[in-house]
Design a protein around this ligand. Structure first.
Ligand code: ZN
Length: 164
C-alpha cells in the first residue's frame, strides 16, 4: 500500500499537538527528528522514529523556499529545519502543521495550506529557549535582540515533558 500523506509536521506540531502521530497522513523530515532527539524525552523520539514517516525535501525546493522567505522577509526567522519542512510540503503538494508564524507566512506565500498545532491544548509542557539568528547565542528568555550582535531571536524547543 502506498501511503497518502496529507500533512508535513514540524517540531512544534509533533511535540505539542494532541494528535495521533502514527496516522499514515503525517510525514516529517530528518532534520525535525534530529531536533526532537535533542529534547529530554528520548522515549518520544524512539516512539516517533518507529511510526512517523520521514522524507527529505528536494534541494531545488529548499532553494525555492529560501528565495520565497527572502522575499517575504521571513528568512532570518527560519532555521534550516523550518525551511526543510516547508520544502517537503511543497514537494508533496500537501499541507503543513506548525505554530511558527514565519513558517506559516512563507507557506502561504507559496500556496501551501497551514494549520496551527494548538500548543495550549495538550498534555505536553514545552520549555523554550531563544537563539540569536545572527551569531547563534542562546538565551533563556526572549530579551528582544541579541546583546552581542543585535540580531533578532528565534524561539526553539529547549525541553519538554509529557503531563498526565
Ligand atoms: Zn547574536
Amino acid at each position: 500500500m502506498v501511503p497518502v500523506y496529507r500533512y508535513v509536521l514540524d517540531t512544534s506540531a509533533i511535540l505539542a499537538r494532541k494528535m495521533n502521530i502514527s496516522s499514515p497522513e503525517y510525514v516529517t523530515t530528518q532534520s525535525v527528528m534530529n531536533e526532537i532527539r535533542l529534547g529530554k524525552i528520548a522515549r518520544l523520539t524512539d516512539y516517533s522514529s518507529g511510526i512517523l514517516a520521514v522524507m527529505e525535501p528536494k534541494p531545488e525546493s529548499v532553494e525555492r523556499v529560501r528565495m520565497a522567505a527572502s522575499r517575504t522577509g521571513d528568512l532570518a526567522e527560519l532555521s534550516p529545519t523550518d525551511i526543510d519542512v516547508v520544502a517537503l510540503a511543497l514537494d508533496l503538494n500537501i499541507g503543513l502543521i506548525s505554530d511558527d508564524y514565519a513558517i506559516q507566512n512563507v507557506s502561504r506565500f507559496l500556496g501551501i495550506g497551514t494549520s496551527g498545532a494548538d500548543l495550549k491544548e495538550i498534555g505536553k509542557e514545552i520549555t523554550w529557549k531563544y537563539r540569536c539568528t545572527g551569531c547563534g547565542k542562546v538565551y533563556a528568555r526572549d530579551v528582544g535582540n541579541c546583546s552581542v550582535c543585535g540580531h533578532s531571536l528565534k524561539r526553539a524547543v529547549k525541553s519538554y515533558k509529557i503531563v498526565k
